[in-house]
Design a protein. Structure first.
Lengths: 354, 99
């Protein structure tokens, strides 16, 4: 049998939603074959439902979108500004980017964010490690080498986003973490025995007791659909891997999730569900949240991790705060091990910090 | 057979940072029919210059690489069994690079 030409190699000929047009993709969530137009509708409306059902935003709020120039944050900025208009959320949206100071990587991706600023008409704020901490990642890597550099970057980024959000005077920070990222983080936290992070990594809103809560409108959105959406809509995003990131441990978890998805796409949502439903034994001691005595940032130790790392850099002892060396918080180390809070040494890239 | 192959989402870095390749692929002698099963090893040996494991795993694309044939998800056309025709456009996009 001769197959006719152009986009109709699909075995079933019509979209199972509109029954009119040719399908363009198979949804991983439902295995439905749907056309491009119906895909845009269900993709956007599902995110709208997640936002409404979980009360992620309130009318009149100022919201920062953590923008890296990558696929997830680019699609998030696009969809959020669409939904804000379409459904009258009444939100003031901003783009917030962190410049880690990585030549050949972040400088290029920031160019993408600057284009997004114009394309979506959202004001952009960039905060840099150099301004906040006095060090660029290039300088940090020059000093400490390519081991543990992701620890510095991850700890600094988390705080940089909070500081940027404070400068913008926003009420909340929305990040582009997708369902695949969250499933991956559930697995990683199990593998690390990190019960505190396991219990909060599936929350759609975190830090509500802190100054700037964070939320994840893409919690249930598959990476495949985000990439398909960006491709069909021809959204402008940047896709180069960080030049300093070995990403080994997280990489394995990521590959495992992708292998599972191929066999049974629902597995991603099921892992998230499993993460949500974990019951933490009441006998498990959780680290107590306090504030850093040096900078006032949220911390379970005397000094927050960023201050410890920064002190090490400035004193020329970059191993401070890494591994099992006794330092500023040394007196707490024993307690930490008892309650199962691991040091950061074995962690690969922390760019998906929760 | 004339085909247009496009690499995105970071996969272009594996082929000298060139995103769009207009190529001429010979039909396999035994069947005279070109399928994705034939095309993938051809791409690997003719276009991929480094880290082929980012593109191929086993006999198919690495999980996390999306494939579209004429802008249609290849999961709808039989994946490796998708038959290609002259002037078809095949797009490979990695989902594995940063968010």
């Amino acid at each position: 049998m001769e197959e006719s030409h152009g986009g109709d190699k699909a075995r079933s000929r019509l979209c199972c939603i509109c029954n009119q047009r040719r399908p363009a993709l198979r949804r991983p969530k439902t295995l439905q074959q749907i056309c491009r137009e119906c895909f845009y509708v269900v993709f956007e409306e599902e995110i709208h439902r997640v936002i409404v059902d979980n009360k992620l935003f309130k009318s009149g709020e100022r919201i920062a979108i953590g923008a890296s120039g990558g696929k997830d944050s680019t699609v998030l900025a696009y969809v959020m500004s669409e939904l804000n208009r379409r459904h009258n959320y009444g939100l003031d949206l901003f783009l917030l980017s962190v410049d880690e100071g990585i030549t050949g990587y972040r400088d290029d991706s920031l160019e993408t964010v600057k284009r997004n600023e114009v394309q979506y008409g959202l004001p952009l704020k960039v905060v840099s490690y150099k301004d906040l901490y006095g060090w660029t990642m290039d300088e940090i890597v020059k000093m400490i080498g390519l081991k543990n550099n992701c620890t510095f970057c991850g700890v600094f980024r988390r705080q940089a986003l909070d500081r940027g959000a404070a400068l913008l005077k926003v009420d909340k920070l929305a990040t582009g973490h997708n369902a695949d990222d969250i499933a991956e983080t559930v697995l990683l936290n199990i593998l690390r025995g990190d019960i505190a992070r396991l219990s909060r990594c599936t929350s759609i809103i975190t830090g509500e007791d802190g100054p700037i809560p964070r939320c994840k409108p893409f919690k249930y959105t598959y990476e495949k659909e985000i990439v398909m959406y960006a491709y069909f809509k021809k959204l402008d995003y940047f896709s180069t891997e960080c030049i300093y990131s070995p990403n080994a441990y997280r990489g394995f978890a990521r590959e495992f999730i992708k292998d599972l998805e191929r066999i049974r796409p629902r597995a991603i949502l099921d892992i998230i569900k499993s993460g949500e439903d974990f019951r933490i034994a009441t006998s498990t001691k959780m680290p107590e949240q306090g504030t850093c005595q040096r900078c006032g940032y949220i911390s379970s130790q005397k000094w927050c991790k960023a201050c410890v790392l920064l002190e090490g850099l400035n004193r020329g002892l970059p191993k401070l705060g890494i591994g099992r060396t006794r330092g500023i918080n040394g007196d707490r180390q024993k307690d930490d091990q008892q309650i199962g809070v691991k040091n950061l040494q074995s962690k690969a890239c922390e760019s998906l910090d929760f | 057979m004339q085909l247009t192959l496009e690499f995105g989402g970071g996969l272009e870095l594996l082929c000298d940072s060139v995103k769009i390749h207009n190529v001429d692929v010979d039909l396999p002698a035994e069947t005279q029919k070109l399928t994705m099963k034939h095309l993938l090893p051809w791409v690997r040996s003719n276009l991929i210059k480094e880290r082929p494991e980012m593109f191929i795993k086993g006999d198919t694309v690495r999980p996390g690489v999306l494939v579209l044939v004429n802008d249609c998800d290849w999961e709808l056309s039989g994946q490796l069994d998708t038959t290609l025709e002259d002037k078809d456009v095949v797009v490979f996009i990695s989902t594995l690079h940063g968010g």
